[in-house]
Design a protein around this ligand. Structure first.
Ligand code: HEM
Length: 454
């Protein structure tokens, strides 16, 4: 690939000339769901299909995506097929909760994610970024995918759990990464199961993971509970430990753990993917990388004390927004109809699956100019394009939109700014890196990046 030709068009999994057959679909869904798309999927707005005897919808039209995710939200739920691989990680925390239980949990967690509160977390992001830079110092090459995982887990443990350096975080990151790459991959049994326990024979490795993950999260909660004696921290754990139900009782330990596990996982996995893909794109587009370096040098990361200070890096924000378009960490927003509905004048039956894919919508031929090209300027003047009319849904949308969007973006800005202010990054090999849609969008292999002092 010619790294100098601009705009950069990074490589993507093959798009089929014609729709795939059911066998290819099953195989693709359990290996890499980004390989099942055909040309027409990037052209159509709404399509209703029968797939293996089940009503399936592909909804690309932003207006109908809004309908499903917002106006008609009570008529849909997250289907078991997508919840099954996630539940060993999050338990019954807010990500998988439904109905009134979801509303209660979301309301309880909201104060941790207000802009004012995210502003208080900036020093934690800076400390995590400094740790990353320190670990990379002196290295000629680095696996930035692993390095970003470690840094983002560090940021979450600091910001949400007030825990500073500890050896256990590398283990937590390894555990979560291993799960996503192996046992956590959706499989054919998830598609046919009628409960979380069905096809128990296929769940052994997920159960093994769940035991280790639960122990790791219990360790974090225990460490934080003992630290709590030193005084209030105003973090997630304080909030969960102080929460009371209608009868004035504290949250059961199991809920504290599930909520902590949900935010720990949702909080680092997505942001580290965003950082990885941004680093990959900037290694291909070195001119853009140089522009960002000039921008962060003019306002170094250590000068950031308020959320508004991040406005000193408008170009960096554009690059992150464009990275989220090309590599949305969550590739499917999947819903199952629980009541009859209507989409685009056609009846939706209860039990139908509705697929809304940021991957497809963000590269849709009718919505974007040069959809596969890396062109950060397309977001100029739109600091939060996911809130407007754009077909842009990296954080989902509607009432269940990502609770941690500003947390993740602020963290990514600080980590990337810190990295670029110290290093020029490039790739050690010309082997293309292809995205794989797993629980989040991961690279098909973890390339080594070359690092040079900037
Ligand atoms: C670049 C970073 C991130 C991306 C791209 C992202 C993406 C998403 C998406 C697409 C959803 C909606 C899923 C659906 O409706 O099916 C979501 C939900 C969620 N995210 Fe994020 N996320 C990011 C960062 C974070 C962070 C930093 C946290 C917490 C610290 C977090 C916590 C959550 C939670 C708890 C939910 C469930 C919300 C609910 O159902 O009410 N996310 N995220």
């Amino acid at each position: 690939m010619d790294a100098l030709a601009r705009p950069i068009v990074p490589p993507v999994p093959k798009v089929h000339a014609r729709p795939v057959n059911p066998l290819q679909l099953i195989w693709g869904m359990s290996t890499n769901p980004l390989t099942v798309w055909s040309e027409q999927d990037f052209e159509i707005l709404v399509q209703k299909n029968q797939v293996l005897g089940r009503e399936n919808w592909l909804v690309n039209d932003p207006a109908w995506v809004r309908h499903v995710m917002h106006e008609a939200m009570p008529r849909y739920r997250r289907p078991l097929a997508s919840a099954r691989p996630v539940r060993p990680v999050t338990g019954d925390g807010v990500l998988l909760a439904e109905g009134g239980e979801w509303r209660r949990q979301r309301k309880m967690l909201a104060p941790v994610f207000t802009p004012a509160h995210v502003g208080l977390m900036l020093p934690h992001f800076q400390a995590a970024a400094e740790g990353l830079v320190r670990r990379l110092q002196g290295a000629a090459t680095a696996n930035l995918s692993a390095a970003f995982h470690a840094a983002t887990i560090d940021a979450v443990l600091r910001a949400l759990f007030s825990l500073s350096d500890g050896a256990d975080r590398a283990d937590i990151a390894r555990l979560a990464r291993g799960y996503i790459e192996r046992a956590g991959r959706p499989n054919i049994f998830d598609g046919y199961a009628r409960s979380h326990e069905d096809f128990g024979f296929a769940l052994a490795s997920r159960r093994r993971f769940q035991r280790r993950w639960t122990a790791a999260v219990d360790g974090v909660v225990a460490a934080r509970r003992s630290a709590a004696r030193a005084g209030p921290h105003r973090d997630l754990l304080d909030l969960l430990l102080a929460a009371r139900d209608e009868d004035g009782r504290p949250l059961p330990d199991a809920e504290v753990r599930d909520q902590a596990a949900t935010l720990l996982f949702a909080g680092f996995e997505t942001t580290s993917r965003l950082l990885f893909w941004a680093a990959w794109l900037l290694s291909l587009d070195t001119l853009e990388q140089d522009r960002l370096r000039a921008e962060v040098r003019a306002f170094p990361p250590e000068r950031v004390t308020r959320l508004e200070d991040l406005e000193h890096w408008p170009r960096l924000r554009l690059v992150l927004l464009e990275t989220l378009r090309l590599y949305p960490p969550v590739v499917f927003l999947l819903r199952e109809a629980v009541e009859p509905d209507e989409i685009d004048g056609q009846a939706v039956s209860p039990g139908a699956l509705v697929w809304m894919s940021p991957w497809v919508i963000h590269r849709h031929r009718k919505f974007w100019d040069q959809p596969d090209a890396f062109m950060p300027d397309r977001f100029a003047g739109q600091p939060s394009p996911w809130t407007g009319a754009q077909p842009y849904f990296p954080f989902g949308l509607g009432p269940r939109i990502c609770i941690g969007a500003s947390f993740g973006l602020a963290e990514a800005q600080i980590v990337l700014a810190s990295l670029l202010s110290r290093f020029e990054i490039g790739l050690s090999s010309s082997r293309p890196v292809l995205p794989v849609g797993a629980v989040t969008t991961r690279p098909d292999h973890e390339p080594l990046f070359r690092l040079a002092r900037a």
